[in-house]
Design a protein around this ligand. Structure first.
Ligand SMILES: Cc1cc2nc3c(=O)[nH]c(=O)nc-3n(C[C@H](O)[C@H](O)[C@H](O)COP(=O)(O)OP(=O)(O)OC[C@H]3O[C@@H](n4cnc5c(N)ncnc54)[C@H](O)[C@@H]3O)c2cc1C
Length: 433
């Protein structure tokens, strides 16, 4: 049997083999790619009327910045799985990092204002919204709600301007949904603490200046929080490769081998896992608004595409089946916005429970997945190309379905609240307790 030699094959290739790809606007002239972002057509029930003037203003400011600065570059960075560091100053100028935090150079937005800003970022690019969310609603908020006065003054102002970047490290290789059982240890020594352990999936961690790390105090057996500086001796962070979603976000594996943290960098208000719940309550509301924004972008893209693209002598928008899918997507978006808005109002009035936040996040993410699948169908072949947004958004929704509590775990949180029965542990384990 003769085997073909790959070298021979390359030698026999046509002269045009290995040419760079045609620009998508030449390759497919009939429809506009997402680098020129479609106008917003998804606010069908005029949700804007429910916003205060300052919330409407931040919405428009974020939308304009994202469409102008991020839409033209996002496909390229998503494909390369690289972060566009040059865009950080533009995102910093938006004044949304620090979200609801008041003082210390932070914007002090309402929960609704911060949520709508999150959605507007996610409408154009989900990865950028995750970058800001991890930095702002997780790391900065932990310092704001649980840190000392000195820590707030020292760290928050430059974090608010995105001059320094933070990450938030709870998850470990062996403890994902079961994060409260985490095993990273913090041992008290003269003048500080020694951290030892491993974290996984941590967004922004490969380049973060500050790493908010949760570890188990070896004296109390409770979970404490620490601020670790980049390049601390014993700390290494490596990028997780080969993700299919949120490819612009740099998720890392963190390894800590006898990392020393001075006493001044222990976050004094984190004394048990329960203390992280104050932070997670706000961040879960923000995370719920990511799939809303993503779905808005998907709808906006499909709405334009169906009018531009013609088959059988008519725009795709003229076919009944396509209209049915488009209207189903539109109705999903309207319902998601209203659920998200109510969640904000429950939080602002002090009435939001963990069950509310979990139901909002899980249900909205479910509807977003359905919306993305319909959008992906509507775009035909271009539905699998990142250039036309929907394929990218489709993939970006997958990690959001899973992080900040998976769909299932959030469902169980709501289930516990409405039934009074906690159902996180297998029945056999529960019956022994
Ligand atoms: C892109 C990305 C970014 C992330 N960023 C961060 C970050 O910045 N910081 C951070 O700390 N973490 C981060 N995470 C981690 C994330 O929070 C976890 O992935 C998530 O909590 C799920 O944990 P796991 O992946 O280990 O899944 P597992 O816990 O192993 O779950 C696997 C499956 O089992 C189900 N399951 C688990 N337990 C139960 C149960 N009791 N009952 C029913 N079903 C159950 C889950 O719902 C899921 O379907 C990120 C993850 C991703 C993918």
């Amino acid at each position: 049997m003769t085997r073909s030699n790959p070298q021979d094959k390359i030698g026999n290739m046509p002269s045009y083999f290995d040419l760079p790809p045609l620009d998508v606007s030449l390759a497919f002239p009939q429809a506009t790619p997402a680098s020129t972002f479609p106008p917003c057509a998804s606010d069908y029930f005029q949700f804007d009327d429910l916003l205060k003037p300052e919330e409407q203003a931040i919405r428009m400011k974020v939308r304009e910045c994202m469409e102008k600065n991020i839409a033209p570059i996002m496909t390229q960075y998503w494909e390369k799985a690289e972060f566009p560091f040059h865009a950080i100053p533009k995102l910093g100028e938006l004044g949304i990092a620090g979200g609801t935090i008041k003082g210390y150079g932070c914007p002090g937005l309402s929960v609704t204002g911060s949520a709508i800003a999150t959605a507007e970022v996610a409408r154009v690019d989900a990865s950028c919204s995750t970058f800001i969310l991890v930095h702002s609603s997780l790391a900065m908020l932990t310092i704001a709600l649980c840190g000392s006065e000195a820590q707030k003054q020292k760290y928050l102002p430059s974090l608010a301007q995105l001059k320094t970047i933070a990450c938030w490290a709870l998850t470990e290789p062996d403890y994902g949904s079961d994060a409260s059982a985490l095993k990273t240890t913090a041992t008290k020594v003269e003048g500080g603490w020694i951290l030892e352990g491993q974290k996984r999936w941590i967004g922004n961690s490969t380049f973060a200046d500050l790493l908010v790390i949760f570890a188990r105090n070896t004296s109390t057996n409770q979970i404490n929080g620490y601020i670790v500086k980049k390049d601390a001796p014993g700390l290494t962070v490596t990028k997780i490769e080969n993700k299919i979603g949120l490819r612009i976000v740099q998720n890392g594996d963190i390894v800590m081998r006898k990392v020393f943290v001075p006493d001044e960098d222990r976050i004094e208000g984190v004394n048990s896992f329960q203390d992280t719940n104050k932070v997670l309550a706000v961040s879960r509301v923000m995370v719920a608004w990511q799939p809303i924004g993503i779905s808005m972008g998907i709808y906006d893209m499909c709405h334009r595409y169906l009018k531009e693209r013609k088959q059988f002598g008519a725009p795709l928008a003229a076919f009944q089946i396509n209209q049915q899918k488009l209207v189903q997507m539109l109705s999903n978006v309207q319902a998601m916005i209203l659920v998200g808005w109510r969640l904000c109002k429950l939080y602002e009035s002090g009435k939001m429970t963990p069950g509310h936040a979990s139901l909002g996040k899980s249900w909205i993410t479910l509807r977003a997945r359905e919306t993305a699948a319909l959008g992906r169908e509507l775009l035909g072949g271009n539905g699998i190309l990142a250039d036309f947004l929907v394929a990218k958004a489709f993939c970006d929704l997958e990690p959001i379905y899973t992080y900040e509590g998976t769909y299932e775990i959030n469902t169980l949180v709501t289930g516990r609240e409405v039934t009074g029965f906690a159902s996180f542990k297998p029945a056999t384990q529960r019956s022994r307790m």
